[in-house]
Design a protein. Structure first.
Length: 163
């Protein structure tokens, strides 16, 4: 399972930039067809890759939080929403509400999540490559290639079926 992660790590930035160009080529294709194919490829890649072997998203990207996420997590932690917001949330440079630490404060040493059952929607849906979300998130995939080996391999398989 770690093979895909090691392959992704071994790629130089140039290879990742080339993969970003491949994403742009997908933008000219029919969204429904690409979304269907992406759903299938997503499943193939995640049958070979275990996120607990990597957790780079949790180590590198603070997740977006909506009000529902914040309320759910505060309740789970047994603290008031106001305290949760004060201790755990910040507004980033883009004006988004995010957790205030990287790596994620809820990431445990074994790459498991302390709040997995109530994790933010952004975490539950990451890396946004299935559920017919692929084409809607093209720009996000271009960024996530640098953080997520699954995104890299999904793009490779979508653009080069021999991979």
């Amino acid at each position: 399972m770690k093979d895909l992660i090691e392959e992704w790590k071994s790629k130089k930035d140039g290879a990742k930039i080339n993969t970003k160009k491949k994403i742009l080529s997908l933008a000219n294709q029919k969204a429904k067809e690409i979304n269907n194919k992406a759903n299938q490829v997503h499943d193939e890649v995640f049958n070979q890759l275990d996120c607990l072997d990597c957790a780079n998203c949790c180590k590198s990207i603070p997740p977006l939080l909506n009000d529902t996420d914040a309320k759910r997590i505060a309740k789970f932690l047994g603290i008031k929403l106001s305290r949760f917001k004060e201790e755990y949330i910040t507004i980033d440079d883009d004006g988004d509400t995010v957790l205030n630490t990287v790596p994620c404060i809820f990431l445990e040493g074994d790459n498991k999540c302390k709040i997995y059952e109530v994790r933010p929607k952004a975490c539950r849906e990451y890396p946004h490559t299935d559920n017919n979300q692929f084409m809607r998130n093209i720009k996000l995939h271009m960024e996530n290639i640098s953080y997520c080996p699954a995104v890299y391999h999904i793009i490779q398989k979508l653009t080069d079926p021999s991979c």
